[in-house]
Design a binder for this molecule. Structure first.
Ligand code: 8DG
Length: 163
């Protein structure tokens, strides 16, 4: 199974109207053209936390620290494990988000996340993650590779788990 990560940097107050999340518009690869958090596949020998920090640096030039584990998501494609994705959030970072070949960063109000331009499952778990909850989820897709062209058919979520 592919091991991957997502990191959601947050800034502002906890109240929904004030708080913003750094999303990227993905410019290539899986999920191209959609919004997501910075992240990507783990390299050999790398921990998911190290991967999330590296991917955020490579994609948007931000040095994130104090990552809090917020979720563990398993994506099944045609009943086989395809990707396990480790989800982090953080309020600690240095630098200014900068566009790269892979990603165009954008601060978005957490009440205004463009779920209609994201993976179909994100509206089910990302709001809770941005509110500070933890989640373990399983998401079933059907229709063959690539995952981002398969159909999202079913899910199972457990909240407030210890990760
Ligand atoms: N928000 C969200 N992200 C997902 C879903 N499924 C899924 O693989 N991802 C994430 C995990 C990874 O961060 C990212 C895919 O990895 P990636 O960005 O490295 O993919 P890529 O094909 O561009 O890889 P690369 O060749 O550039 O290394 O998409 C999903 O359903 N929702």
């Amino acid at each position: 199974m592919i091991e991957a990560t997502l990191c959601f940097p947050l800034r502002g107050h906890d109240a929904e109207i004030d708080c913003e999340v750094l999303l990227i518009e993905k410019r290539r690869g899986l999920g191209e053209g959609w919004y997501n958090g910075p992240g990507g596949k783990c390299e050999p020998g790398e921990t998911p936390r190290e991967c999330a920090i590296r991917e955020t640096r490579e994609e948007v030039g931000l040095e994130v620290t104090d990552l809090e584990k917020a979720g563990e998501l398993t994506f099944l494609l045609d009943d086989e494990g395809h990707t396990v994705c480790h989800v982090y959030r953080t309020r600690s970072f240095d630098g200014q988000p900068t566009s790269s070949e892979e990603a165009h960063p954008e601060w978005v109000s957490v009440g205004n996340v463009p779920y209609d331009q994201m993976w179909a499952d994100d509206r089910l778990w990302l709001p809770g993650v941005l509110e500070g909850k933890t989640v373990v989820g399983e998401f079933r897709f059907e229709g063959g590779e690539p995952l981002d062209e398969a159909e999202f058919v079913d899910h199972d979520l457990e909240w407030d788990v210890s990760l």
